[in-house]
Design a protein around this ligand. Structure first.
Ligand code: ADP
Ligand code: MG
Length: 312
């Protein structure tokens, strides 16, 4: 678990992050989202001490990060950025091997790990291992960046707008792949973006920030969408495509999971309800599921995840 305890970062002229407190639980994807300059990157970099806080404390599994050797700390935390930062003169395999090599693994173990990682990110080693970064597309380079960050199997992965410079279609695919990857590797991931749709798609929880790293709301995507905590959050959500879809599209308009034979939830919602109203009903339902009724017929059962799926 990563805990921010009243963390701040002040520069001579400005306050990048004022007073941030939040917890990131093991195995979840937490998104730092907010407008440009609000302190997302600064907050992220304080976790692996690329930026040192000027106040407060960050702990990982109860240990103050300041008490750790900084190199050892960084090796235990994967880091992925937009301009991947691959070594241009090294092959894909050599790039991915960087951290295991630093950690002193033997050749055989490194070789096996590199193959496993390239497979994991969808780059078959036979095809990609010997290529140079210049011989890859933007999306492929980003996958190598993710493979490299996972090199020594760190429990934590920090990602700073990793898909920001990728075209929308490849970006969508990379997002899907990250979710698939996460089901396999179960890392604790802190992911920075300014794109609310990306946040809603990827996040288990979303930390929505305004200037100075002020935490406007920290909630699941469902809670955030159904109950924005402030006018600022409402305004920021309003820019998202997914949010517009939630308000405009009804349950009748989307593919819903069929009732699966398990006991039907007691609560129901009419098929003419917007996805946003359905989300509200789901959050109020005791077991987080509601049946969808169309002219007296149960046509589906939805939970928050199904609604999120439908709004994509
Ligand atoms: P974001 O990632 O949300 O766009 P940043 O965390 O990069 O925002 O920056 C937050 C604020 O801190 C900005 O106003 C930025 O100008 C300022 N800042 C970031 N790094 C430095 C620095 N090294 N020196 C001075 N100010 C900085
Ligand atoms: Mg940034």
């Amino acid at each position: 678990m990563i805990v921010f305890d009243h963390v701040g970062k002040r520069y001579a002229e400005s306050v990048a992050v004022g007073d941030l407190s939040l917890e990131v639980r093991d195995g979840e994807i937490v998104i730092f989202v907010g407008p440009s300059g609000c302190g997302k990157t600064t907050s992220l970099k304080m976790i692996n001490r690329l930026v040192e806080p000027t106040s407060g404390m960050i702990t990982i599994d109860g240990r103050d990060t300041r008490s750790r050797d900084v190199n050892e700390l960084r090796r235990s935390i994967g880091y992925v950025i937009q301009q991947v930062g691959l070594f241009p003169h090294l092959t894909v395999a050599e790039n991915v091997a960087t951290v295991p090599r630093l950690a002193g693994w033997d050749r055989q173990r490194i070789g096996a790990r590199v193959e496993e990682l390239l497979d994991l990110v969808g780059l078959p080693p036979q095809t990609y291992a010997k290529r140079l970064p210049a011989e890859l597309s933007g999306g492929e380079r980003q996958r190598v960046g993710v493979a490299r960050a996972l090199g020594a199997d760190p429990p934590i992965l920090l990602m700073d707008e990793p898909f920001g410079a990728i075209d929308p279609i490849a970006r969508d695919r990379l997002q899907d792949e990250l979710l698939r990857l996460q089901r396999v590797v179960r890392k604790t991931i802190v992911f920075v973006t300014h794109d609310i749709d990306e946040a809603v798609k990827l996040g288990d929880r979303i930390a929505l920030m305004s200037r100075g790293g002020a935490l406007e709301q920290y909630a699941t995507p469902a809670e955030l969408l159904a109950h924005p905590a402030s006018a600022f959050v409402e305004g920021f959500l309003g820019e998202g495509r997914m949010v517009r879809r939630l308000s405009l599209i009804t349950l009748r308009d989307v593919q819903l999971p069929k009732p699966d034979g398990a006991r039907l939830p007691e609560e129901s919602v009419d098929a003419g309800a917007s996805l946003r109203d359905a989300l509200d009903a789901v959050l109020r339902a005791p077991d987080g599921r509601v049946q969808v009724v169309d002219s007296g017929q149960v046509i589906g059962v939805v939970d928050a995840e199904a609604i999120r799926e439908a709004s994509r």
